[in-house]
Design a protein around this ligand. Sequence first.
Ligand code: SD4
Length: 337
Amino acid sequence: MVTRRKFFRNTFLASFAMGTGLTSCSQSAQSEDQKDNQPSTDFGTPPPVLPTVIATWKNEKAVAKAMQVIESGGRALDAVEAGVKETEADPEDQSVGYGGRPDRDGIVTLDACIMDEKGNAGSVCFLQNIKHPISVARKVMEVTPHVMLCGEGALAFALEQGFQEEDLLTETSRQEWEEWKKDSKYEPKANIERHDTIGLLAIDQQGHISGACTTSGMAYKLHGRVGDSPIIGAGLYVDDEVGGACATGVGEMVMKTLGSFLVVELMRLGKSPQEACEEAVNRIIKKYKDQMTPEFQIGYLAINKRGEHGAYAVVEGFNFILQKGDKSREFESPFAI
Ligand code: SD4
């Protein structure tokens, strides 16, 4: 019997193949494995892969910018930083950077992390008044012996590095918060609008992978709350031997399962990006079903060294954008429930 889920998944894979003229990830992975009958853990020398950029949600400007950096010879690391900066600077995007929704005290606090092909990582969390937390995260990675800086310390470091302080709370986000305060219902929300936390993964012309993830976190969260997005292995993980993964949605469950690390490790063991994302989502559902509200959402996105991708979410509504060469396409992610 073709279940709703299988139907959705098949449709998704077929539409990808048709739309881009490229073979879908799972299809090519399966046929190669079947043909060669090789242990799937053997990544060997990967065939040439088109530069690839993939991002959570329909962050068109971000993937276009990232691809532009790659096409002009830039590293994947430069591409992911430049890509997500587009979203951080966009006041219309109320889940990331400037214009992000504040916490329940009306303060915008930002989380971000970045990881390169050498396994270097940098991160900031609970950062305030800096428009581009991703660039501060990169500085943490490049000029300190540390991985993560938090709150006031992260801000002091950013200022030392020449970043400027600015007010990130836009009038729209302030007014919505004022509205929310009338009830002050403590109900942190993920995915309450089209654009959301951005996780972006890129493969450059040398075939190297890097990733970035940046967010203002859950709207109206408790002051001081930090989500999965700046946690290496939770909101983002990259291993240049295998691939990369990133997450969006309710960060608490992603942190408790170290989701992006899990997805990459599953790919290391031979799963396709699609299978790995499905297993990571299903693990959360199995373990935490009792704690899930109907609109509970988590979405994973992954790519491997072959340039194959996968995506999977708990419920309907997660989408992503993929760019290979000069072609970009938006997709609705398959989902579990
Ligand atoms: C967080 N994962 O702070 C982020 C929020 C998010 O879609 O991704 N929303 O938990």
